[in-house]
Structure formats: C-alpha cells, structure tokens
Design a binder for this molecule. Structure first.
Ligand SMILES: Nc1ncnc2c1ncn2[C@@H]1O[C@H](COP(=O)(O)OP(=O)(O)OP(=O)(O)O)[C@@H](O)[C@H]1O
Ligand SMILES: O=P(O)(O)OC[C@H]1O[C@H](OP(=O)(O)OP(=O)(O)O)[C@H](O)[C@@H]1O
Ligand SMILES: O=C(O)c1cccnc1
Length: 484
C-alpha cells in the first residue's frame, strides 16, 4: 500500500485492543456497556493549564469507523481470530455515547475531558485512535499558545511542516497551533483542509538561484508587489541584504507601486541585534511601515529573550520547536475504565496505585467550572454524574489535597464542561470553524483564566475539587480495596 492510497484509519489501533476485543467476544460480552475516561496528568513545560484539542477528529473517527474487506483479510492473515469474530468485524460500527469538553476548552490534570460510554468491545477498540488525536493536538495547541503569549501581540506563523514528525503531524499540528492562537500557516494542505490562512515569504534558494541578491529581490518584487517580504540573510544581512531590500522598496515607491504588505525576513544570527539595526536602516530610508519577520529555531523562550533585548520584530515564523513541542514533547493523556454496567446500572471501578496521582477517579462523573462574581474560574468541581449541584447557597466542596478543611464556594456560578457529543454513534454537535475555536480559547484566557495560571514560571495550580458525596464514594472504594 503506498501513501497515495487512501487508508482506513480505523486500523490505527494497538493490537492489544483487538485481542482484548476478541477475548470479550469469546466471553459473549458484546453488549455489556462500560465507561472509559480520557484524562492527563501533567501540563507540558511546567505550565498551569492545557488546551483541549483534537475533538473534531475524534468525532469524525467514531462516526465513520468500520472495517473494510481488506482490513478483515489482514486480521484473518494474523491467525489470531476465528471466522465468527471476523464476520462481527465486517459489520462493526461504533454505537456508543461520548461526553467531552468543548474543543478549545482550557483543561487541567486529572479531570475527565472525554468519557466514552459504549459496549465493551467498541469502547476498547477506540483507545489508541482517541488518545493519538487528543495527545497530539492538545500538545501542539498548548505549545502554540505559549509561543503566542511570548510574542506579546506580534504575529506568529506556523513554519513547521518540513520538521514535523511526518505529514499528519504537520497538518494536524497546523490545525492545533491555529487553535492555540497562531495567525496562519505555511502548510498548504492545512489551509485547504481547515480554512487556516496560508502565507509565507521565500527561501534562500530564490536568492541563490539568481545571479545576485539585488536581482533576486527585484524579480520577487515584480512578481509579488503586494506581498513582498525579502529574505535578507543569504550573504550579509547588514552589508548587503537590508541595503538591497531598501533599494528595491525605493524603486517600487519611485515607480508608483503602493507598498502595502512588505518587509524583510531574518533567518540567522543574533535576531535581536540584527532586527534593531535593520529597523534603524529601514526607518532612516523612510520605510517605517516595512515589517520585520524573524525565524530560526524559535520558541517561547528564545522569543521572550529576543524581545527582552529590544528586538524590533513584527512577526515570528516558528517551525521545528512548535510543531514537535520540542521542550516537552509528550502529552500523557490516558484512557482508563471508570465504570462497568451491572444489572442495568454503572458500577464504579478504580485503579489503585502506589503513586497518589495515578489513582483514578471512579464512576461516571460530571465536571463543572466554578466562576466567581467577576467571571474568573476559581476551580473545577468533579461530582457524580447525576448529582445535583446547587450554587444558590454556599456550596460545600472537598479539596482532595486538603480534605480535612471545611470549605464552600460562595456567590459562585458553575458551568458543566462535559457535553454529550455523540449519541448511539451519531454526532450531536456541529463542526466549528477553526476561527471559532481560536476565538473561544482566547476568550477564556483573556477573561476567565487567572493570569497567575498562565505565567511560565511557577504558575498557580488550578484547584480540582470534589463534591462531598463524590469524595466519600471514592474514599470508601479505596477503603474497601484496602480491607479486602
Ligand atoms: N538575540 C538572541 N537571543 C537569544 N537567542 C537568539 C538570539 N538570536 C538568535 N537566537 C536563537 O539562537 C539560536 C541560534 O541558532 P543557530 O546557531 O543554529 O543559528 P545560526 O547559526 O544563527 O543560523 P543557522 O540556522 O544558519 O545555523 C536560534 O534558536 C535563534 O532563534
Ligand atoms: O527554524 P524553524 O523554527 O524550524 O523555522 C522554519 C525554518 O525553515 C526554513 O529553514 P530551512 O529548511 O531552509 O533551513 P535553514 O535552517 O538552513 O534556514 C526557514 O528558513 C526557517 O529557518
Ligand atoms: O514562508 C516562509 O518564509 C517559510 C515557510 C516554511 C519554512 N520556512 C520559511
């Protein structure tokens, strides 16, 4: 199979999901329902929050998952499964319900962001595909937001496709970075697939192919007079690149060509120093509105440093370190069973571990974001799925890290975060545009999430509280396990 043939992404699973599914099939457990939660344990880069991304692809996957004849044939070739099971696979569809945070919601460790409630085999088979999408896109969206924050209002463009961990990572990474707040991408297929604005400059090869730098700049300006960003570091930035760019801008001006979108790009050397010098030269020549774009292995740390050195920069092209989330490249979301249907009811299940953080939250749950009177998110609250929360009077909650304290939310409001997005295998929500998702992220970070949670160094930890009933239920499960 070549990469040009369309592939069935249903096959993007780990074999153990299929072997367990076969085991359940042999045990006649095809109808029994279970619930699995997706949650993660640590924000990347020591940050105070993460951005939930990739839900659209999860919904698409679950709605369309199926096994084609060639897939069934492949499973037959493994000599692991009997014919009855292979026939079952031929007719397989996902019939479950899925609850999820809205895509773009700010999320925190150890709260369920997706809950899959489905017949056992179906719920088990989807583990890897769901995690692959959520882990990747949440990682890149979160990284992109950090880079956008460091850029402090200047534009950021995704330049990462060539250094991404192959093509899907480039395309879905562009999608995620746009959700996180970048202005656009250089990746054409991401523009085509998701409506992300595409843009870019030119490469060193354009300069090197021409007889000299000035000729190269003149030719580029002739072809793209309205979008003319010239790469000035092929030979010598300050001695030839910037002076040649200024010469071409002057020629355009003299010829009466309106200089609308124009400027230079720096791609090597000391970007703070060179941008300051270049800015002075452009201003002195009267091109005060020429923009300076910089690129070269940038991330939130180099951008912060370069700006603190007085770099005169209008926008950043960011590739490898954003598209691979280089400083912390693994987003550890996991998929854990939390409840099993018994006599028509969901019985909670808990995973106990030596490490407190690895003890799971049992049962079907609801998650609320709790807001103070100014609309700031003060905590998230985990309750039982059907539990009523009434915020009209002070609401007593338990901070699981300090359960002995008697605490209440007063004058607060609560918003449920988990919404049913798939029912009986069919999607309930409409697809949002990426512009809507980006605006949603920005609105939360501008208005709801404390600045103290957003800073890079020692950010405040968001509280994940529990209702007293839920906390008691979890503790009694732990107690019962201990005493067995
Ligand atoms: N003033 C600055 N302060 C902090 N970091 C900077 C500054 N200027 C550039 N950088 C960063 O320093 C690193 C320089 O990397 P590197 O030495 O590979 O680049 P280079 O030699 O200038 O260019 P090339 O890509 O051609 O090798 C890049 O990550 C760049 O973003
Ligand atoms: O550095 P990144 O953040 O990944 O940004 C993308 C890089 O891609 C291009 O480099 P190219 O592939 O031409 O190689 P170069 O490093 O030699 O410029 C461009 O000139 C940027 O430097
Ligand atoms: O358009 C650009 O300048 C660009 C795009 C991708 C990678 N490097 C640069």
């Amino acid at each position: 199979m070549t990469q040009f043939e369309s592939r069935n992404i249903t096959m993007m699973m780990d074999l153990y999901e299929m072997t367990m599914a076969y085991g359940y099939f042999k045990e006649n457990d095809t109808e029994k329902k279970v619930a699995f939660d997706v949650f993660y344990r640590k924000n990347p880069d020591g940050g105070g929050f993460s951005i939930f991304a990739g839900l659209e692809q999860v919904i698409e996957y679950l709605e369309n998952m199926h096994f084609d004849d060639v897939d069934v044939e492949y499973f037959r070739s493994l000599n692991l499964f009997d014919e009855a099971f292979l026939t079952y696979l031929k007719n397989f569809r996902f019939h479950g319900d899925v609850y999820a945070f809205e895509e773009g919601t700010i999320m925190y460790p150890n709260e369920p962001v997706v809950t899959v409630v489905a017949p056992l085999i179906e719920a088990q088979l989807v583990e890897t595909a769901i995690l692959a999408q959520i882990n990747h896109q949440s990682l890149i969206a979160t990284k992109a937001r950090r880079i956008v924050k460091a850029a402090a209002g200047r534009g950021v463009s995704d330049f990462g496709a060539r250094r991404a961990h192959n093509m899907d990572a480039a395309i879905y990474g562009a999608r995620a970075s746009y959700i996180g707040g970048v202005n656009g991408t250089a990746t054409v297929s991401a523009g085509q697939m998701f409506g992300i604005p595409v843009g870019g400059t030119h490469a060193h090869s354009w300069v090197m192919e021409h007889s000299d730098e000035l000729t190269a700049f003149r030719s580029y300006a002739k072809v793209f007079p309205n979008n003319c960003t010239l790469l000035v570091d092929t030979y010598d930035v300050l001695k030839s690149g910037v002076p040649n760019a200024i010469k071409v801008f002057q020629e355009m001006k003299d010829a009466g060509i309106p200089l609308t979108r124009y400027g230079i790009r720096l791609d090597s050397g000391d970007l703070a120093y060179l941008s300051r010098k270049a800015r002075k030269m452009l201003d002195k020549a009267g091109f005060t509105d020429a923009k300076i774009v910089v690129s070269n292995s940038l991330d939130e740390y180099t951008i912060t440093s370069i700006l603190s050195q007085g770099g005169c920069i209008d926008s950043f092209g960011v590739g490898e370190r954003m598209i691979t989330a280089k400083t912390d490249p693994v987003f550890g979301a996991v998929y854990k069973i939390c409840a099993v249907e018994e006599n028509g009811k969901f019985a909670p299940r808990i995973k106990v571990s030596e490490t407190v953080e690895k003890i799971t939250n049992p049962g079907l749950k609801s998650v609320y974001r709790v807001y103070d009177e100014e609309g700031h998110a003060v905590a998230d609250l985990i309750t039982g799925f059907d539990e009523k929360v009434d915020f009209s009077t002070p609401y007593r909650y338990v901070d699981p890290e300090k359960p002995w304290k008697n605490r209440s939310y007063e004058n607060c409001t609560a918003k449920p975060l988990l919404h049913k997005v798939i029912e009986g295998g069919k999607r309930l929500t409409k697809t949002k545009t990426l512009q809507e998702l980006q605006a949603y992220v920005k609105k939360q970070l501008d208005n709801e999430i404390w600045e103290e949670e957003q800073r890079f160094e020692n950010p405040h930890k968001h509280y994940i509280d529990m209702s007293p009933d839920y906390y008691e239920m979890k503790m009694s499960m732990l107690h019962n396990i201990r005493t067995v």
